[in-house]
Design a protein around this ligand. Structure first.
Ligand SMILES: NC(=O)C1=CN([C@@H]2O[C@H](COP(=O)(O)OP(=O)(O)OC[C@H]3O[C@@H](n4cnc5c(N)ncnc54)[C@H](O)[C@@H]3O)[C@@H](O)[C@H]2O)C=CC1
Ligand SMILES: O=C([O-])CC(=O)C(=O)O
Length: 344
């Protein structure tokens, strides 16, 4: 081949490669996502799902052990996100630096007979340490808190960030998406409507009776369900986590459905950051919807995180009663988190 032809062929090849790359990235801004606890039951499938997300350009997988293997494995998938594994506290800073979204599924899961609050003693300290690092290395990131008890770990994170002077209430989220995922699935099954079309807001918190699904606002609406059906659906949604803990019989709690839910919520955060309009998900955030300082309700996600915290809308009498009943427990879980952060 003539040298000039060779030159133009290689130029064309380079141009095409560039075009392929920007097409693969969808012309979106570069986004770095970090997963803390990435080698765990939730962390691994969540890493897989985030690697498949075209909005992610860099995926940082951090854990106290096991991440080199997970990262090597996930990195072979031919999607655009560049994957790196980080292990041990000395690599935490590098794992976090430049992150747009940090997802935290680090900590111990429940065994049968335990409540989420029984995890507090171990997980509170883990979350506090990780949030201290976030405030240092990526203070502007959106934080998606999965570690339980969410009703306390989110207030702990807020206090850590306040102490560091980096708190922005628009950027801290308790991930309650799994409650919504369950409510949708159970409602669709009972009302016999297509599950992919179902929407159900779930408000309150993320433990037992603090989980309040609003089936009166479920769409598509149905008159096929009686009050007893709604009561049973509510209870099943509230006990969804325990249902999985018992079925796993000592081998942990929900991991696959949680990874799915975590990926849905992180994707919504990324879309909001990228300026996609009308991105709405339920989340446990700083709130004035009730007298409690944190509360889960529908939230619009935007370029700076929370754009709007939505009110509760019209509630049925059953839901109004559920709302009053949950406030005591939610209040004390929030206070427990705040107290821990101040004392430690
Ligand atoms: N928000 C929600 O809806 C849900 C929350 N969860 C919670 O998520 C958490 C994780 O659950 P699984 O993944 O099943 O547990 P797991 O035990 O399988 O994984 C947890 C991972 O965290 C890591 N880890 C521990 N300390 C760490 C630290 N200081 N820094 C980084 N990583 C650390 C462990 O090495 C482990 O790989 C639990 O607290 C569980 O209760 C679980 C399901 C749903
Ligand atoms: O139930 C648990 O311990 C884990 C969890 O939060 C859930 O599955 O909703």
């Amino acid at each position: 081949m003539r040298p000039s032809l060779l030159r133009s062929a290689s130029q064309l090849l380079r141009r095409n490669r560039r075009r392929d790359y920007s097409a693969a990235a969808g012309g979106q801004p570069e986004r770095k996502v970090a997963i803390l606890g990435a080698a765990g039951g939730i962390g691994q499938p969540l890493a897989l799902l985030m690697k498949l997300n075209p909005l992610v350009s860099s995926l940082s997988l951090y854990d106290i052990a096991g991440t080199p293997g997970v990262a090597a494995d996930v990195s072979h998938i031919n999607s655009p996100a560049l994957v790196k594994g980080f292990v041990g506290e000395e690599q935490l800073g590098e794992a976090l630096e430049g992150s747009d979204v940090v997802i935290i599924p680090a900590g111990v899961p429940r065994k049968p007979g335990m409540t989420r609050d029984d995890l507090f003693n171990i997980n509170a300290g883990i979350v506090k340490g990780l949030c201290t690092a976030i405030s240092k290395y990526c203070p502007n990131a959106l934080v998606n808190m999965i570690s339980n008890p969410v009703n306390s770990t989110v207030p702990i994170a807020a206090e850590v960030f306040k102490k560091a002077g980096t708190y922005d209430e628009k950027k801290l989220f308790g991930v309650t998406t799994l409650d919504v995922v369950r409510a949708k699935t159970f409602y669709a099954g009972k009302a016999n409507v297509p599950v992919t079309e179902v929407n159900v807001p779930v408000v309150g918190g993320h433990a037992g009776i603090t989980i309040l699904p609003l089936f009166s606002q479920a769409t598509p609406a149905t008159n096929a369900l009686c009050h007893e059906d709604i009561k049973a659906l509510t209870k099943r949604t509230q006990d969804g986590g325990t249902e999985v803990v018992e079925a796993k019989a000592g081998k942990g709690s929900a991991t696959l459905s949680m990874a799915y839910a975590g990926a849905v919520f992180a994707d919504a955060c990324l879309k909001g950051l990228n300026g996609v309009p009308n991105v709405v998900e339920c989340s446990f955030v700083q709130s004035t919807v009730t007298e409690l300082p944190f509360f889960a309700s529908k939230v619009t996600l935007g370029k700076n995180g929370v754009e709007e915290v939505h009110g509760l809308g019209q509630l049925s009498d059953f839901e109004k009663e559920g709302l009053e009943n949950l406030k005591g427990e939610l209040k004390s879980s929030i206070e427990k988190g705040i107290k821990f952060a101040h004392a430690n």
